[in-house]
Structure formats: structure tokens, C-alpha cells
Design a protein around this ligand. Structure first.
Ligand code: 3HC
Length: 319
């Protein structure tokens, strides 16, 4: 069949809401776009463990420590699902990790910011996982089967992440004046970077138009950002915190909040690798990669030995 016909059939499947599976024919550009997005999503999950992991030994109670440990472990699992989903497209895990370590591949801008106080752990759960849920619930309907299915499991865990973060902020906001001030300071520092997680304006987005046509994306960057603001502002008000945006105002006519402009210089600076913690994050990932080499070698040696044993057994049975 001619490529033109293959592409036509492919788009008809997308339009008919038929999931694309690993063995199906797909345009190279579809495959490439998915490897790009899924691998960067996976990198974000694994790098995202670093700012939170930084507070496991300093959690204010055993209960908070247990919850934070569970969350950080969940993020590792999310990274695993997503690297596995990318591998179904023919990408090699080691290559994907090398792209991150060599600065070729991105991870979410949000993980470039430092976690300065315990309230940051609350703000990350509440805002960062809250923003991730907005985006990831949409991705449970993405056209590529393995990615959509990975999202279903991930979203279930994200809602626990968001709730525990909001509970931390609620506890602090209802606590002493110093605790409330710590929560407000965290909201002040994490609000705008959380809005940046949704990416550039639709008009500046490189991939959105094609990603929407292929139903990789179901909602645009700006749509998801607006949904996040509309959902989160009332949560801040409920616990007596103030969103750091003088232009934030409910617009009855639109049925949405109007809000100020993101600092796009800061966004692109961070995205291009000049974020406040980028060197620290990539150094940590490089160390983990080097220190974990023996684990990969042992796992490969075990798998090869097991395969050889199976081959020998099969030979003996056939004889
Ligand atoms: N951080 C870093 N890079 C970003 C970015 C951000 N917040 N937003 C956009 N970019 C990059 C894009 O990757 C693209 O660069 P590339 O071509 O080199 O990949 C460029 O900026 C242009 O942006 P586009 O809007 O054209 O890119 P996309 O169509 O890919 O949209 C996205 C960006 C909405 C982040 C999309 O990639 C997406 O939905 N990704 C999956 C979700 C994801 O990665 N979330 C990250 C957070 S994961 C997380 O929070 C874990 C939670 O458990 C805490």
C-alpha cells in the first residue's frame, strides 16, 4: 500500500477513536513525537524525585515521612511505566537516558526549583501534582494505547499525591502564624512555575497543532492551564492563602479566572537548561547512572544466564 494510503488509513483510525498499538503502522513523525513527549515525561518523573527526596530525612513526623517516601517511590514507578511505553515505539532506554544526561532531552521546568522549606513539599503535592493531574487525565485518552494505559494507573496515584500535598498546606495554614507564613511563602514561589508546566501559549507551541490532529493531545496548553487556575484558586482561598497574582480576578462573563502573564523569559531560560537547579539535577542523575552501572550489568548477566539455561533445557527436551 502506498504511504499516502497508509497515512489516510492511519488518520481514519485516529478520527474513529481506534487506539494505535505498537505493532500498527504509524507515520514516523507520529512515532518520533511520541518518543519525544513520553521520554521527557518519564525524565520529569525521575528528576521530580530529587527535590522531594531532599526532605525525606527532614519530614516533621513519621507519618509525613512515610507518606513522602511512598510518593517518591510512586514517581519512580511512573518513570518506569513511561520509559516502558517509550520502548514500545522502538526507543532504547539507555539512549533515552543518555539524551537527558547530555542535555539533548528535556524534563519539566518545574523540577528546576529548589525545595527550601517543608511547606514546599506541600506546595509540590498540591500544585505540581495538581497540574500534572490536569494534564495526565487528558492523556488517559491519548491516541497511543500504551501511553493512555500507563496514564490510568499514574492518575490514580497522582490524586493521592495532590491530596497529601493540600493536607500539608491546610495544616500549616491553620497552624501558628509562622507556619501560615511558610505556607504562603511556598505558594508565592511555586505558583507561577506551576503554570509554566503546561508549556508555552498555544500560539507559541511547536507541537500542539499536529499533536491535537493525532489526538496525542486532547486539550491545548492554555485550556489545561485555565482549568488548573479555575480549580486551584478556590482551594487557596479555602485555606486562607493568597495567590501571588495581582491580575487574578473572576470573570463572570467568561466563567473563568482572568490571570496575569507568565514570565516567558524565565520559562524559556529554564527550558533551555539555565534553570536554578539544572546542574544539580543533572549531576545527581549522572551519579545515579554511574553508580547504578553494576545493577544494570548484574541484571543483564542474570537475564543472559537464564536465557542460556532455557535454551539448554529446550535442546535437551527436543533430543
Ligand atoms: N518544561 C520543559 N519543557 C517544556 C515545558 C515545560 N514545562 N513545556 C513545553 N516544553 C518544551 C516542549 O518539550 C517542546 O520542546 P521539544 O520540542 O524540545 O520537546 C517545547 O517546549 C515547545 O512546547 P510544546 O507546547 O510545543 O510541546 P508539547 O506539545 O510537548 O507540550 C507538554 C508540552 C504539555 C509538557 C507536553 O509535552 C505534555 O503533555 N507532556 C506530558 C506531561 C509531562 O511531561 N508533564 C511533566 C510533569 S510530570 C510530573 O509533574 C510528575 C508528577 O508526578 C509530579
Amino acid at each position: 500500500m502506498q504511504t499516502h494510503d497508509l497515512e489516510k488509513n492511519f488518520q481514519q483510525k485516529i478520527d474513529a477513536e481506534v487506539k494505535i498499538e505498537p505493532k500498527d503502522w504509524m507515520p514516523d513523525a507520529y512515532r518520533k513525537n511520541l518518543i519525544r513527549q513520553i521520554s521527557q515525561h518519564a525524565h520529569s518523573e525521575v528528576v521530580g524525585m530529587l527535590p522531594e527526596g531532599n526532605w525525606i530525612t527532614r519530614a516533621p513526623s513519621l507519618r509525613r515521612k512515610l507518606i513522602l517516601m511512598a510518593k517518591v517511590q510512586d514517581e519512580a514507578g511512573h518513570g518506569l511505566y513511561l520509559y516502558s511505553a517509550a520502548e514500545t515505539l522502538g526507543a532504547g532506554r539507555d539512549d533515552l537516558v543518555m539524551d537527558l544526561l547530555n542535555g539533548k532531552a528535556k524534563y519539566s521546568s518545574i523540577f528546576n526549583y529548589p525545595t527550601l522549606t517543608w511547606a514546599d513539599i506541600g506546595a509540590i503535592g498540591w500544585l505540581v501534582d495538581g497540574a500534572a493531574i490536569m494534564n495526565q487525565v487528558m492523556l488517559t485518552r491519548t491516541s497511543y494505547g500504551p501511553y493512555a494505559r500507563a496514564m490510568v494507573r499514574i492518575c490514580k496515584e497522582e490524586s493521592f499525591h495532590q491530596r497529601q500535598g493540600y493536607e500539608i498546606m491546610l495544616t500549616l495554614a491553620k497552624g501558628s502564624p509562622e507556619q501560615k507564613a511558610m505556607a504562603q511563602d511556598a505558594l508565592d514561589r511555586w505558583w507561577w512555575p506551576s503554570l509554566m508546566m503546561f508549556g508555552p501559549h498555544d500560539s507559541e507551541s511547536t507541537h500542539s497543532e499536529q499533536s491535537m490532529k493525532w489526538k496525542i493531545k486532547r486539550k491545548s496548553n492554555d485550556e489545561l492551564r485555565q482549568a488548573f487556575v479555575d480549580a486551584t484558586v478556590p482551594q487557596a482561598e479555602l485555606i486562607g492563602l493568597k495567590v501571588p497574582d495581582p491580575d487574578l480576578k473572576w470573570n463572570e462573563k467568561r466563567g473563568h479566572y482572568d490571570f496575569g502573564e507568565i514570565n516567558w523569559n524565565e520559562f524559556w531560560n529554564v527550558v533551555k537548561g539555565r534553570g536554578p537547579c539544572n546542574k544539580q539535577r543533572l549531576d545527581a542523575r549522572r551519579n545515579a547512572w554511574e553508580n547504578g552501572a553494576w545493577v544494570r550489568e548484574a541484571a543483564m548477566a542474570y537475564a543472559e544466564k537464564k536465557a542460556a539455561r532455557r535454551m539448554k533445557q529446550a535442546g535437551e527436551e527436543a533430543a
